[in-house]
Design a protein around this ligand. Structure first.
Ligand code: COA
Length: 167
């Protein structure tokens, strides 16, 4: 049975997420301490086992959703779709999401998200959330790992599509 709820990740959960993300091409890197720093994490549990997570970070009336991860053995079972729908239902703020993953674009297309053609025209609150994330990574000494992974995975920022859900 699938249950989605706000959660605190255990060290074991975080290790598994970090180790799986190494193999995902659309998600670059989040270190152990950064995972612990997110404002809110929604966990999807299948028979009490963590299957996927969706983090939410807030600034004023905005929330940035992501990273979104479903562990490989649970993928293609609509878990990400249910996580996104659950978070849209629970979080009453305006939402922003960026992704280079076509599967995420597909999920987003089933909701009332609007695509932003000019990514640099993001709401100022979203820039603050990104800034906070970068500062957190610096303080946690995880920024260099992110840069190394950006190079290894050849992640290109302009492949990302940006979406907002206004309300
Ligand atoms: C992306 C990810 C979260 C999707 O999780 P999931 O639980 O397998 O996704 P779902 O089963 O809910 O649905 C995915 C949808 O995308 C579709 N899809 C999958 N690959 C696709 C592709 N390459 N192009 C278009 N659509 C695609 C699926 O068919 C499905 O649509 P459907 O419901 O109409 O059948 C998961 O694959 C993952 O964690 N990937 C690695 C991390 C990552 O890239 N995260 C996103 C970064 S923001």
């Amino acid at each position: 049975m699938l249950v989605i709820r706000k959660t605190k990740l255990s060290k074991k959960n975080i290790s598994e997420l970090v180790s799986e993300i190494k193999h995902f091409k659309h998600l670059t890197y989040f270190g152990n301490k950064t995972w612990q720093s997110f404002d809110t994490i929604y966990g999807a549990y299948v028979d009490n086992e963590l299957a996927g997570v969706l983090a939410v970070n807030h600034c004023l009336q905005w929330g940035k959703i992501g990273p979104l991860v479903v562990l490989s053995r649970f993928q293609n079972q609509k878990i990400a779709s249910k996580l996104v729908a659950h978070v849209i239902n629970q979080e009453k703020c305006k939402l922003y999401l960026a992704s280079a993953n076509p599967a995420v674009w597909k999920i987003v297309s089933t909701h009332a998200f609007r695509s932003l053609s000019q990514w640099f025209k993001l709401p100022i609150e979203i820039y603050f959330i990104y800034l906070k994330l970068i500062v957190t990574m610096i303080l946690n000494r995880e920024l260099l790992f992110l840069i190394a992974e950006l190079k290894r995975k050849k992640t290109v920022v302009h492949n990302h599509r940006h979406f907002v859900l206004l309300r």
